[in-house]
Write a protein that binds this ligand. Structure first.
Ligand SMILES: *Cc1c(COP(=O)(O)O)cnc(C)c1O
Length: 719
């Protein structure tokens, strides 16, 4: 395949018989296909580990002699042919759920815009939950055959890497990532030229080059302003995710929304449904409005079309979390544009008006809501909160009738499942379990898994996590000359036999990472119990500008280094998708302590449940509807949002009580064979009840049935 080799320098050395390895490496399909992963691992297991499971880099770095030897190895060639056959079968969207369900709109395209996409660590264009959700959305759309295209940003510097200093402070390190080591290629226009677009920004014009990432059958297009035509400041416009001031952010959002529409046009794609994942991309509605008005429609007619074909998902349960741009910036960047929409300055600014916005700024969520007929929050509870928050936009309509619905977030199981667990599911649920992940009948069969087999797999996964942690600590020690106390703080003393709690997420203050530290004596007692030891692994980044979040990390890290806690608390540096997989697959319990109602949904607990680690969480976000009394543990929300200190104290008390009286005794209650039967019961209940309801398959089908299909069919006749 020439187009792969032209991109990739030294990869020309791949022997003819294996030439399609590059094609496989450049489609992230491999990342959720166990056989494809095993194929790349077999090329060179050590390189596979060193490259953090990145086949593009692996093929770059592997010795040509090794590939020649493999091309003559019948076992490998057979494995290669089998994977290719599966790939070729997958990539043609013939007998998919979508094709069966929606034969009449088979040529429809759905454009999905998001400021971040978390697909794989080799493409570091995500910071956290929002991005991971977008990545899982694309993968599942591909699996179901839903004709989706993604639009996002190419951030040449990605999100930052985290380093913890000897004093326990987070350093944020921005390193340009190498495109040659990522499955990213230039996107081409229908005539075969590199796709590049232009967007006016105030009195200048900014160019962006478009890159393409293949995600199974789905393509993701990324805008990149680092091109020679641009002034130096504009070249850096898309350099970083969530960096810079308000004006930079506004420019980024203009690029994503307006530039994103132009990119799809330049690529010759004609989406019928347009989905904005969070408000960052809401300007896309304006660009579509502009196109229609310029084609001769009145503003009202155009707005009607845009509204009917637009889907908007909000993720933020608090007013301060929404993007609001001051009017003077809006005037600077949009005067000259609003006339093209058939609007005046005032009618234009009114599109972003929201009375809660401090002062009179332009609220991106308000814009998205006004311009989209299909609206949702990301859990049942978050839907309710969103209706309340945005009721002002529907004067006279009662809260219950505000047309914001909810589609609860879910995860893409093939991405998050541990290999050993996958084998267990293949054996007991059937080899097609992943294609039926939303079928409750499949998950009933979890009951048939023998306790001792499940326990054995859980223990093996935990040992794997511990060796991952030790390997990272060792690498840090060797490469960065860490002090011994830092090496210990990274978890080298963790015991694979002890009950292990995982807490990994962004260190935003509302996530209350330090709730567990409110009574240190009690915690010390609990962790160091000689017969029933407990350990906690923390991981997560704080936004570099979030001082309280950075202090949380500092506080956690100090305790990790404290000899008084005996190495029972560890901090795993640089939380990303790779580390997240090891954590959700390896710990025994997944802890979550947000301050309600701040967690719109959350998804990490769903990943843990899939892998046999039950959830212990404040009843908020998805857990609000996921907890059934027997499938994990819930900290009941204590009333008193007005009294955060009191709320923290009550929630901490409840957390200690659940650990001391329920979680720890159950985990250590073993039978004659050393198996914790009661514990396994909860593990099974958790898998059985959580996975079918909180998987991306259920989520995508809901988006399709509730929003995409109606939006695709109700396009007014003028279209
Ligand atoms: C799943 C995931 C998240 C989202 O986790 P929540 O805290 O549940 O929202 C964030 N970061 C990474 C790396 C993840 O894998």
């Amino acid at each position: 395949m020439n187009d792969y080799q032209s991109d990739s320098g030294s990869q020309g050395a791949i022997p003819g018989g294996l030439s399609r390895l590059l094609e496989l490496a450049y489609n992230l399909w491999w990342s959720w296909q166990p056989e494809a992963r095993r194929l790349f691992e077999a090329i060179d297991p050590t390189l596979w580990r060193i490259t953090h499971h990145n086949p593009v880099k692996l093929l770059h770095d592997v010795k040509p002699e090794r590939l020649i030897a493999l091309s003559r190895d019948p076992g490998f060639v057979r494995q290669y042919s089998a994977v290719l056959k599966a790939y070729d079968h997958y990539i043609v969207p013939k007998e998919t759920w979508f094709a069966n369900q929606y034969p009449t709109i088979s040529t429809t395209r759905i454009a999905y815009f998001s400021a971040e996409f978390g697909l794989h660590i080799s493409i570091p264009i995500y910071s956290g939950g929002l991005g991971i959700l977008a990545g899982d959305h694309c993968k599942e759309a591909s699996d179901l055959g839903i004709p989706l295209v993604g639009v996002g940003f190419m951030y040449p510097q990605g999100y930052f890497s985290q380093r913890i200093t000897a004093e326990g402070w987070q350093d944020a390190i921005y390193q340009p990532f190498s495109r040659l080591d990522s499955p990213i290629q230039q996107a081409l226009t229908p005539s075969g030229t590199p796709c590049q677009i232009r967007v006016e920004m105030g009195n200048r014009t900014v160019s962006a080059l478009i890159w393409q990432v293949r995600v199974g059958r789905v393509s993701l297009y990324l805008l990149d302003t680092d091109v020679p035509d641009n002034a130096p400041g504009d070249r850096a416009l898309s350099a970083r995710l969530y960096g810079g001031d308000q004006e930079l952010r506004l420019c980024q959002e203009i690029l994503l929304g307006i530039g994103g529409v132009r990119a799809l046009r330049a690529l010759g794609l004609a989406p019928v449904v347009w989905h904005a994942n969070e408000g960052h991309s809401a300007f896309l509605t304006l660009e579509r409005l502009r196109e229609l008005v310029q084609s001769g429609l009145s503003h009202a007619e155009a707005a009607e079309i845009v509204r009917h074909s637009s889907v908007f998902t909000t993720h933020t349960p608090v007013p301060a979390g929404h993007d609001v741009f001051p009017n003077h910036l809006m005037e600077q960047y949009f005067s000259g544009y609003w006339e093209q929409l058939g609007l005046t300055r005032d009618t234009f600014l009114r599109l972003g008006e929201h009375h809660d916005s401090h002062g009179n700024g332009f609220n991106m969520t308000a814009l998205a809501i006004r311009m989209s007929a299909h609206l949702n929050g990301v859990s049942r509870e978050h839907g309710r909160i969103s209706r309340k928050m945005w009721q002002v936009l529907w004067p006279g309509v009662s809260e219950d009738l505000v047309p914001i619905r909810s589609v609860t977030n879910g995860i893409h199981p093939p991405t998050w499942i541990a290999p050993e667990m996958n084998q267990l599911y293949n054996k007991y649920l059937g080899p097609d379990w992943a294609n039926r992940s939303d079928d409750t009948a499949v998950w009933q069969r979890v009951i048939d898994i023998p306790d001792h087999e499940l326990w054995k797999v859980r223990q093996a996964q935990k040992r794997k996590l511990m060796s991952f942690i030790r390997e990272r600590a060792r690498a840090g020690w060797v490469q960065r000359d860490l002090e011994a106390s830092q090496v210990l703080a990274r978890g080298t003393l963790l015991d694979p036999e002890a009950l292990t709690i995982g807490f990994a997420r962004r260190f935003a203050t509302y996530k209350r990472a330090t709730l567990l530290f409110s009574d240190l004596e009690r915690l010390r007692h609990l962790l160091q119990d000689r017969w029933r030891p407990v350990q906690i692994i923390f991981a997560g980044k704080a936004h570099p500008a979030d001082e309280p979040g950075r202090h949380f990390i500092h506080q956690v890290y100090s305790l990790c280094k404290d000899p008084g806690l005996g190495g029972h608390i560890a901090f795993l540096e640089d939380y990303d998708m790779h580390a997240a997989k090891f954590l959700v697959q390896g710990v025994d319990v997944w802890l979550n302590t947000p301050r309600p109602p701040m967690e719109a949904s959350g998804t990490s607990g769903q990943k843990a449940a899939l892998n046999g680690a039950p959830h212990l969480s404040v009843l908020d976000g998805w857990w609000h509807e996921g907890f059934d009394g027997a499938n994990g543990w819930a900290i009941q929300p204590s009333a008193g949002a007005n009294d955060p200190r009191g709320q923290d104290a009550r929630d901490a008390e409840e957390l200690y009580r659940i650990l001391e009286q329920e979680v720890i005794p159950l985990y250590y209650q073993r039978d004659m064979d050393g198996i914790p039967r009661g514990w396994i019961q909860i593990v099974k209940d958790s898998i059985r009840t959580v996975v079918p309801r909180f998987c991306a398959r259920r989520m995508l089908k809901e988006y399709m049935d509730l929003f995409y299909a109606p939006a695709a069919s109700k396009v007014p006749s003028v279209w």
